[in-house]
Design a protein around this ligand. Structure first.
Ligand code: MIG
Length: 733
């Protein structure tokens, strides 16, 4: 009966209803889609995750192998997929526990989970119905359970998906290696937009910095102590009684003045906006929300109210295009305060005071614009994503020449198109420090490369030792933010001079490596390949790497090995530790360079406001055959000029010839001209041997005598100035 009603309803509002008998076909090379018999598209489509129309190009080959089998279990729809023995599973989104997901079960149901204390940590803020399978030979497949309803993914010998909703389509893709499968996922669900460069800088947050003089003081401390930082975060106490889009007049009387002061000392400011709207006639957001019919309804059709920070709240129904437009307008106006970015929180949505922690399953969302009306059970998991989508669009409309930056707590597969994410309310403990690595990796493997945990931990107090190790590692998360919810202070200087110095060194490493980081963000935005990667990406067929979760890779070229890692498995080959500083402490992670890699490094700066690529060090670790390659992406750091060619992608090809190292530098893409002074940092087993920065265009560099490792200064050979607009790869000395 319900189904008939929905069918009739969808007919009335003009949807085409497709009823499929069991259908499956290839829609792209080695990409297949399977529809259940009697598939009712209105129940699960359009897909908020998959952006492409899936049109048949051919039948599924008979030897395809990875076949979803539809069934039922206790009245629920199930899909079972048998896998080759020895298959390793990854991804499934924001998960706690081990990197390898074999023998785990996760419920996809966005949940506020303070301290990850409930549900064994298997229900967190985001949902990614995506499983990555890596076969023993290193070839890969990926599965999308393409619907948003609450569902469970159980990974044992087989994959079993159990849904609390109607039957859904399943997408199966196959590729030869992990990078190719991530590209294929990116092709289906989109990729991150290239963030503004400042968002890749280090960030400082606290629940909450207030009043505004405190915010200024914290930012000034970073500058005085010369600890690099780009962003300071305003948590809920900047608001008037936690009413979104308001300011507390006592604590934050002049937000425009505050933000312009912060900008003047090269900081950006980010403000939190929660989903709940305080039920309070006279509060204009609430009044207009009522007038515009913008709030989620109960099953009986009245407005639903639930308790959050401000007291009883109504919840914008982001499934409605009109509501998203309204929210966008509110957010756009708010940006006049000069905020640089927005932080969306509590958007699971979190509701206090009862056992389910959110609104009832049978609440109603109105939909519209192609999205069918539906229950909360259907739309819960995309609530946060739809909120961050309108936030992203608002920022773009407010400042069309700037790249938006949004951080969201709740999210869904595909949500990386609108916002970065952090892993919510973790704990200041060793366990959470260690767990953050597989969590971040699996989020990256789920299409969300721009993520990281609260450095130092959110719940509880970090000891100096724990914080020192966490900041040493945290400087290498794609999203690098220190955030803390306790009264105790967690700024880098809060733990005494030793840890302050450790923090300065660690964060300084991130800033020196920004040219490499930025190049990785560019790659992620173009392809979907994550920034932080598991070690098995280096050698997918090496089974010993499959569950290494202490160390990780940044891009293809660096391994980050925490100081506390015990017996980590590293890929074979002549990977070399890079000694990045003259000094040493007991906290910094070991940074290891791939044989055959050239990576770009810049000078130490305190804020990305001072970023430039005028002086670039190329760290080189030649292969056995004496060659090495690398790239460097560069653009304005903000804005959209890069979309019309205003960027430069350079490739570096190094080769050893006798006792000399030759580096050919080629502009491979883009029209941006950059004047650069390069120097080489030749990585040996014990040290990095630097040439001087180039002052002319000589192509050959005299390489340090390899055998003795002694330095020979040869300005005549070592120097060259690249005017990078030209391709001079043919030039030879
Ligand atoms: O229920 O805004 O995860 O980062 O500091 C707490 C206050 C609400 C939860 C977020 C946390 C943030 C906090 N918020």
């Amino acid at each position: 009966m319900k189904k008939i009603l929905l069918t009739l309803f969808s007919f009335l509002i003009g949807f085409t209803l497709h009823v499929y008998s069991q259908t499956s076909f290839l829609f792209d090379e080695n990409m297949a889609v399977f529809y259940p018999a009697g598939f009712d598209s209105v129940q699960t489509l359009p897909s908020p995750a998959v952006e492409r129309d899936l049109l048949p190009i051919s039948d599924i080959p008979v030897d395809w192998g990875i076949i979803p089998v539809y069934g039922t279990d206790s009245g629920k729809v199930t899909v079972t997929i048998n896998c080759e023995e020895g298959t390793d599973f990854y991804a499934t989104g924001e998960v706690t526990g081990h990197l390898r997901r074999n023998n785990t079960e996760i419920t996809l149901w966005n949940t506020d989970n303070y301290g990850y204390r409930n549900y064994g940590g298997t229900r967190l803020y985001q949902s990614h119905p995506w499983i990555l399978g890596v076969k023993p030979d290193g070839t890969c497949f990926g599965i999308i359970a393409d619907h948003t309803w609450r569902q469970k993914i159980k990974l044992s010998d087989a994959i079993k998906i159990t849904s609390d909703g109607p039957s859904f389509r399943v997408i199966v893709i196959k590729r030869n290696n992990p990078k190719e499968i991530m590209k294929a996922l990116g092709n289906l669900i989109g990729t991150i937009n290239l963030p503004p460069l400042w968002a890749i800088g280090h960030q400082q947050s606290r629940y909450s910095y207030y009043p505004d003089s405190k915010v200024k003081e914290i930012a000034e401390q970073f500058r005085q102590r010369e600890i690099p930082c780009d962003v300071i975060w305003m948590d809920i106490d900047y608001m008037d009684g936690v009413r979104p889009f308001t300011f507390n007049k006592t604590y934050f009387p002049d937000p425009v003045g505050l933000n312009s002061y912060l900008n003047s000392i090269k900081f950006k400011s980010i403000y939190i906006i929660d989903a709940g709207t305080k039920q309070e006639p006279g509060y204009s957001v609430y009044d207009r929300g009522i007038a515009g019919n913008h709030f989620v309804k109960t099953d009986s059709g009245s407005i639903y109210y639930g308790e959050v920070w401000p007291g009883l709240c109504a919840f914008p129904d982001y499934t409605r295009p009109e509501t998203r437009a309204w929210w966008k307008g509110l957010q756009r106006n708010f940006m006049q305060c000069g905020a640089d970015g927005i932080w969306n929180d509590m958007n699971e949505p979190a509701v206090f005071g009862d056992t389910i922690g959110t609104m009832p399953d049978n609440n109603r969302h109105a939909g519209g614009g192609g999205l069918p009306a539906g229950s909360h059970l259907r739309y819960h998991n995309v609530y946060g994503m739809l909120m961050s989508m309108s936030t992203y669009e608002a920022l773009l409309e407010a400042n069309p020449d700037k790249r938006p930056f949004v951080l969201t707590r709740a999210g869904f597969l595909g949500g990386q198109r609108y916002a970065a994410t952090w892993t919510g309310d973790n704990v200041s403990s060793w366990e959470h420090l260690k767990m953050s690595i597989p969590m971040s990796i699996n989020l990256g493997l789920s299409g969300q490369p721009f993520n990281g945990p609260d450095i130092g931990g959110y719940v509880g107090n970090a000891t100096p030792e724990l914080f020192g190790h966490w900041i040493a590692l945290g400087a290498f998360y794609p999203f690098s933010r220190n955030h803390n919810g306790e009264p105790s202070e967690q700024e880098p200087w809060a733990f005494g001079p030793e840890i302050e110095k450790v923090s300065q060194t660690a964060i300084g490493r991130r800033y020196r490596l920004l040219p490499y980081f930025y190049t990785l963000f560019r790659e992620a935005s173009q392809t979907g390949i994550p920034i932080m990667r598991p070690l098995f990406f280096a050698d997918p067929a090496d089974l010993s790497l499959r569950d290494e979760e202490q160390a990780f890779m940044l891009g293809d070229d660096l391994i980050i090995l925490p100081r506390w890692a015990n017996d980590a498995k590293l890929p074979a080959g002549n990977w070399k530790k890079i000694k990045l500083e003259d000094t040493e402490d007991n906290y910094q992670v070991t940074v290891i360079l791939r044989p055959g890699a050239v990576i770009p490094m810049g000078k130490l700066i305190q804020s990305t406001a001072d970023y430039n690529t005028e002086f670039i060090t190329l760290l080189v670790n030649p292969n056995e055959d004496g060659t090495a390659t690398g790239t460097l992406y560069d653009d304005e750091g903000n804005g959209f000029g890069y979309r019309s060619g205003d960027y430069a992608m350079h490739r570096f090809d190094a080769s050893k010839e006798g006792d000399r190292l030759k580096i050919e530098i080629t502009l491979t893409e883009g029209t941006r001209r950059v004047n650069r002074h390069y120097r080489i940092g030749y990585v040996t087993d014990d040290e990095v041997i630097y040439t001087d920065y180039s002052s002319d265009t000589t192509q050959y560099m005299d390489m340090v005598n390899e055998i003795t490792g002694s330095r020979r200064d040869r300005t005549d050979f070592t120097d060259f100035l690249m005017n990078a607009g030209q391709k001079i790869c043919q030039m030879q000395k």
